[in-house]
Design a binder for this molecule. Sequence first.
Ligand code: NAD
Ligand code: IPM
Ligand code: MN
Length: 351
Amino acid sequence: MTHHRIALIPGDGIGTEVLPAARRVLDSVAGRHGIRFTYQSFDWSCERYVHEGAMMPEDGLEQLRGYDAILLGAVGYPGVPDHVSLWGLLIPIRRGFQQYVNLRPIRVFEGVPSPLRDARPGEVDFVVVRENVEGEYGEIGGRLARGLPEELAVQEAVFTRKGVTRILDYAFDLAGRRGHRLTSATKSNGIVHTMPFWDELVAERAARHADVTWNQEHIDALAAKFVLDPARFDVVVASNLFGDILSDLAAAVAGSIGIAPAANLNPERDFPSMFEPVHGSAPDIAGRGIANPLGAIWSAAMMLDHLGHPEAANEITDAIAALLAKTPVRTPDLGGTAMTEQFTDALLEVV
Ligand code: NAD
Ligand code: IPM
Ligand code: MN
C-alpha cells in the first residue's frame, strides 16, 4: 500500500464544489491500485481574508511543504480584489514551490460538441506547456500618481535564460514522448526585447532535441489557428501570459472550460506540485451546485500520474471519455441539466 498525504485547498466559489467531487473519484480508484490517501483541508480563501486579513497564514508555505501534492479548487471572489487574493495565495504557492511548468492538456471528447465543425473527437489532443513563474507576471513595477491626470502603471516582464531554458527543455522532452511536434508561441514581431530572446533560446534548445520538429507562430496568428485548425498541434510552449490565454481558448474549443485540467509542476520534486482546474471560482454559477467537476477530476488524475500511478490516472481519464461518449448525463455548461453531484455519481458508475 502506497500512502500519499494530500493538501486540499478548495478556495472560493465553485472551487469548494468541484474539489469534493475530485476527492470522491480519487478515493474510488485508490483501493484498486494499492494507494491510500490522507487529506488535510486548508480553509485558505477570500472568506478567510475577510475575517482574518490574509488569504493564508504567514507560514502557509511551510505548512504545505511536507505534503506529497496539493489539490486546489479556485481562488478569487468578488469583494476581494483579484490582485489581493491571487497574489496572496495562488501565485506564492506556484513561485515558492518553483512550480515552473504549468501543463494544460486539451482533448475533444466524443459526445462533447466542439463549437468548431472541424474539431473532431480524437483528432484534437494537445498540451499547452505554460511558463508559470516569470515572464509577463513580473513583480517589478508599480502605480504612480494615483488619481491624478499623470497617473501611470508600469510592469516589467522578466525572462531569464534559466527560466526560459528549463520550460523549453520540459516542452521539447514532452514532445519527444508524444507526437514529436512543438510550436512556440511568440510575438517577436511586436515585442522587441523579451520575445526575440525567447525565440533565440527556442532555436538553441531545438538543436538539442533533433527528434522534435518545431515551428514558431506569432501569438495573434496562433490564437486564430487554435480555432481554425486545432488538430494540428501536439505540444505548444508559451510564456506565462500567452499560455494563460491560450489554455482558456483551447478549453473553449474543446467544448467547455469546465473540463480543462492543469498541473503546476516542480519537475525536480524539491517541493510539492499543485493540481487545479484551469477555470476560476465562477461567481456567476457558484452556490448552485451545477459546476462541471471534470476539470478538477482530470486534475486529480494528473496528480495520480505525477505521484507514480499512471494506470490509476488513465482509469480516470478513460472513465471521463466513456461517461461523455456513452451517457446523456452532463452539467449545464455541456448542455445538460445534471448537478455536480449527479455528474460525479455517473462518473463513479463507469470508473
Ligand atoms: P472563471 O473560469 O471563473 O469563469 C469563466 C466562465 O466559465 C464563467 O461563465 C463560469 O461560469 C464558467 N465556468 C468556469 N468553470 C466552470 C465549471 N467548472 N463549470 C461550468 N462553468 C464554468 O473565470 P473568471 O470569471 O474570469 O474569474 C472568476 C474568479 O476566479 C476571479 O476572481 C479570477 O481571478 C479567479 N480565477 C482563479 C483561477 C485559479 O484559481 N486558478 C483561475 C481563473 C480565474
Ligand atoms: C490561471 C488563472 C491565474 C493565472 C490567475 C487567476 C492569476 O487565470 O490559473 O489560469 O493567470 O495564472
Ligand atoms: Mn487563466
